[in-house]
Design a protein around this ligand. Structure first.
Ligand SMILES: [Zn+2]
Length: 215
């Protein structure tokens, strides 16, 4: 091989390497750009299969609702852990409104046997998963749903209502069933407590799956 050809081949190899590196860098940037684009907000609904949904957003730019948009990746299931009388969805909505400026603790929906309260737009972060601002965590990427456990509330009906809401959200945001997570998956807190203590988590996920089929 002549020296000239060898030099030309060497230059060609360097040129191809530069092109490949650039292409990789650009596609990584495009990928990160896409996964960090906020999800477009679905229009608020007034009911989910006959269950009333009351939209009553917490004021924006408060501690509970900073208003930061994000891409939605998870539906994070919780229980309120509040066994007080009348600790239903409406009373949790009041609580969130009263405490908006005082606490960095918030979530998107509260569900009881009769109705659903919608507190924070789906495509904004809230503080329910106990993992701060972890960029791929439950707060930043999840929609938080609290199920009421107060004694006069029908918990079985609350589970059905939550499964219907969860299925509706999965469909609205084009997510798969494995996007349904427990609070425990993000911070290790034993939540949703009743479902976990009674070994019913898989049953709940099955209920959501069934709702997806019948939608
Ligand atoms: Zn929780």
């Amino acid at each position: 091989m002549s020296r000239k050809i060898r030099i030309r081949k060497g230059r060609m190899a360097i040129f191809l390497l530069v092109i490949a590196t650039l292409a990789a860098a650009i596609s990584m940037n495009v990928y990160f750009y896409i996964i960090n684009q906020p999800t477009e907000l679905r229009e608020a609904v007034s009911e989910v299969e006959g269950i009333p949904v009351i939209t009553d957003f917490i004021p924006v730019e408060t501690k509970e609702r900073p208003g930061q948009k994000r891409r939605i990746q998870y539906i994070v299931i919780h229980e309120t852990g509040n066994p007080g009388r009348n600790a239903d969805a409406a009373s949790h909505n009041n609580y969130l409104h009263e405490e908006a400026e005082n606490q960095q603790k918030s979530w998107h929906y509260t569900v009881d046997a009769n109705e659903i309260y919608y507190h924070i737009p789906d495509n904004e972060i809230a503080f329910h998963a106990g993992d701060g601002l972890d960029k791929d965590g439950g707060n930043v990427r999840g929609i938080g749903i609290e199920m009421c456990i107060n004694p006069e509330n029908d918990f079985e009906q609350t589970l059905i209502n939550t499964a219907k809401l969860t299925a509706m959200l999965l469909t609205a945001y084009d997510l798969e069933i494995d996007s349904v997570k427990k609070h425990e998956d993000f911070s290790g807190k034993h939540c949703p407590d009743l479902l976990l203590s009674t070994g019913r988590w898989d049953e709940f996920v099955g209920m959501v799956r069934l709702e997806l089929k019948t939608e």
